[in-house]
Write a protein that binds this ligand. Structure first.
Ligand code: BDR
Ligand code: CA
Length: 323
């Protein structure tokens, strides 16, 4: 059974990714760790519990993590996911409490207890991971793989023209994570904007009718759907974190990926938060005259969006065995 830690700034798309992992019988979610991002860390923790409750499977331990980014003030996204990060639809607060152990300690302990086995899926700013790497790099070298929703991938950003939200919130942390030598996969925001990747209004309605978990997944994204109407002129849904979780859970959805050298821009310039993705394919000059950098991440270029949607719908509506 695969062992996964989910690190999340739980907003409404993180919630769907959490449902996917908790309802997958081939993985065990060892812990959910929370971080500030979409909303403050306390609210992200409440939302993690809401998602766990909605999954109707089992309750992994939840550990609270960083209140703020490494170097900068927190930036949040209530304008996108709602004031509560979950669409402001009046979701109840489950009667569940976080563990006393800090997220960073929990990550390090779980990795030490399961050397070479733990896969981390990080769905928010990389602050907790950077702190874990800085605190005990030897332990973090025992991580099997990091899957990250972060960067513009091969495209543009969603906060600035070059920076995607998770990197923009804490680019210093993202740099620590990207430069750390463990196998990792980056899923950029470009993936959930591929042709066919959006969930159109008819699909949203169809999914809503497929059962309580499916309905929860669509309902809690109401603010995100409305955000699309405001910025794109149409009610539709993009799901960055579920695409990242999908790449982790269902590798068969990946149709193109490259091992790349990724450089995270942390200078206080308009490039702050950009991840430059070099897949060594450009031939405009003699490459031997340029500095060579070894790849430090696999970057997803394309996925089969219709297979992803099929898997997602099945995961949300299929009855699963509780653990
Ligand atoms: C990322 O930022 C957050 O708003 C989402 O939850 C996702 O992790 C997309 O840029
Ligand atoms: Ca997120």
């Amino acid at each position: 059974m695969r062992k996964i830690i989910i690190d999340t700034d739980t907003g409404s798309d993180d919630a769907v990714a959490i449902l996917m992992a908790l309802r997958d019988p081939s993985v065990q979610v060892l812990a959910v760790t929370t971080v500030c991002g979409n909303v403050n860390m306390e609210q992200a923790t409440v939302n993690a519990f809401r998602s766990i409750d909605a999954a109707q499977t089992y309750v992994p331990p939840v550990h609270k993590g960083a209140y703020r980014p490494l170097m900068r003030d927190a930036v949040t996204a209530e304008n996108v996911h709602g004031r509560d990060g979950m669409g402001d639809i009046g979701l109840p607060v489950p009667d569940m409490l976080p563990e006393k152990e800090h997220a960073v300690e929990a990550i390090l302990r779980l990795v030490r207890e399961n050397p070479g086995e733990v896969e981390i899926v990080t769905l928010g700013p990389a602050t907790n991971l950077a702190l874990a790497i800085m605190k005990d790099p030897e332990a973090m070298k025992l991580v099997k793989h990091i899957y990250s929703m972060g960067s513009g991938g091969y495209g543009m950003g969603n906060v600035t023209s070059v920076a995607e939200f998770n990197v923009f919130v804490d680019a210093e942390a993202y740099k620590v994570m990207v430069e750390f030598a463990v196998p990792k996969t980056l899923v950029g925001i470009d993936i959930c904007w591929l042709p066919g990747a959006f969930f159109e209004e008819e699909e949203i309605e169809a999914i809503r009718s497929e059962g309580p978990v499916s309905k929860f997944a669509m309902d809690c994204n109401e603010a995100l759907i409305e955000y699309s109407r405001r910025v794109r002129g149409r009610r539709k849904l993009d799901l960055p974190d579920p695409y990242a979780m999908g790449v982790a859970l269902w590798p068969e959805i990946v149709t193109e990926a490259h091992d790349c050298y990724c450089y995270v821009c942390t200078d206080q310039t308009p490039a702050y938060g950009q991840v430059i993705v070099d897949h060594h394919k450009f031939q405009a000059v003699d490459k031997s005259k340029l500095p060579r950098h070894a790849p430090n991440a696999r970057v997803i270029k394309s996925v089969d969006t219709s297979l992803f949607k099929q898997r997602l719908r099945a995961a949300l509506k299929t009855e699963t065995v509780t653990g």
